[in-house]
Design a protein around this ligand. Structure first.
Ligand code: PGA
Length: 253
C-alpha cells in the first residue's frame, strides 16, 4: 500500500515568522493525520525555525531545491547536509520553475537527485511538459527523457524513497488544472517507465503525485486515480485553513 503524500510548495512566499505561524495553525487544525503524509517546503530562511516547530510531530519538512556539492565556494547555494541539519527529510528537485525560469538542465537535476540520496534526503522529483509539448503530442517523450536522465544514477533499492511529481507546466499556478483522467494517463506512463528502468514490483512502490492548480475542491479526483498517490500544491498551501481542508479532502474525510 502506498501512503498518500501531500506536499506544500510555498515557493518564494512567507517570512520565517509567518511560516512558523502557518505550520502551528496547520498542525492544530489537522491533529493526528496518520493516514496521509504531509510535507511542508518553505523557503530556505524559514527551514530551521519551522523544523524546530514541527519537531516530534508528523508533519515533515522539505526544501525546494539544493546544490550537489557538500561545501565550498558556491555563492548562493545550499548543500544537502545543511538541509538535513535544518530538519529536512525531503527536497523538491527539478521543479518546473527551476527548469524553465532558472534554466536547470536534466543533467543538473540528475546530480541533485544523487546528492540528495547520498545525504539521506528523499527527492520529490518533478517532471512535466510545456503546453507546446502537450499540444504537439510530446508529453510522453518529454516525461520519459526527464525521468531517464534524473534517475540515471539511482539504484533499484533506492527508487522507492523518491516521490515523483507529475506537474504539467501549463497547469502550474494557472488555475487550469489537468483533468484527473489525463493526469492518471501520465502517472500510469511514469509507472510503466519506472517498471522498464527497474522492475514492476519496484515501480509499484513509488509514490506519484499530481501537481498544478490542485485545490480543496479538486484534490479528491486525483487521489481517486489508480496511479496517483498524492499532490504537490503551490498556491493552495499558503493558507493554513485552505491547505488543511485540501489535506482532509484528499483522504475523503
Ligand atoms: P500551484 O503550484 O498549485 O500553485 O499550481 C504547484 C507547484 O508548482 O508545485
Amino acid at each position: 500500500m502506498r501512503k498518500p503524500v501531500i506536499g506544500g510548495n510555498w515557493k518564494m512566499n512567507k517570512t520565517p515568522q509567518e511560516g512558523v505561524e502557518l505550520v502551528a495553525e496547520l498542525r492544530d487544525d489537522l491533529g493526528d493525520m496518520a493516514d496521509v503524509e504531509v510535507i511542508i517546503c518553505p523557503p530556505y530562511p524559514a527551514l530551521l525555525p519551522i523544523g524546530s516547530e514541527l519537531a516530534g510531530g508528523n508533519i515533515k519538512l522539505g526544501a525546494q531545491d539544493l546544490y550537489w556539492e557538500k561545501e565550498g565556494a558556491f555563492t548562493g547555494q545550499v548543500s544537502p547536509g545543511m538541509l538535513r541539519a535544518c530538519g529536512c527529510q525531503y527536497v523538491i528537485i527539478g521543479h518546473s520553475e527551476r527548469r524553465h525560469v532558472f534554466g536547470e538542465t536534466d543533467a543538473q537535476v540528475a546530480k541533485k537527485v544523487r546528492a540528495a540520496l547520498d545525504e539521506g534526503l528523499k527527492p520529490i522529483l518533478c517532471v512535466g511538459e510545456l503546453l507546446a509539448e502537450r499540444e504537439a503530442g510530446e508529453t510522453e517523450i518529454v516525461v520519459k527523457r526527464q525521468l531517464e536522465a534524473a534517475l540515471a544514477g539511482v539504484r533499484g533499492e533506492e527508487i522507492s524513497t523518491l516521490v515523483i511529481a507529475y506537474e504539467p507546466v501549463w497547469a502550474i499556478g494557472t488555475g487550469r488544472a489537468s483533468t484527473a483522467e489525463d493526469a492518471q494517463d501520465v502517472a500510469h506512463f511514469i509507472r510503466r517507465t519506472l517498471a522498464g528502468l527497474y522492475d514492476r514490483e519496484k515501480s509499484e512502490a513509488v509514490r506519484i503525485q499530481y501537481g498544478g492548480s490542485v485545490k480543496p475542491e479538486n484534490v479528491k479526483f486525483y487521489l481517486a486515480e489508480a496511479d496517483i498517490d498524492g499532490a504537490l500544491v503551490g498556491g493552495a498551501s499558503l493558507k493554513a485553513a485552505v491547505f488543511a481542508q485540501l489535506i482532509r479532502n484528499s483522504t475523503g474525510r
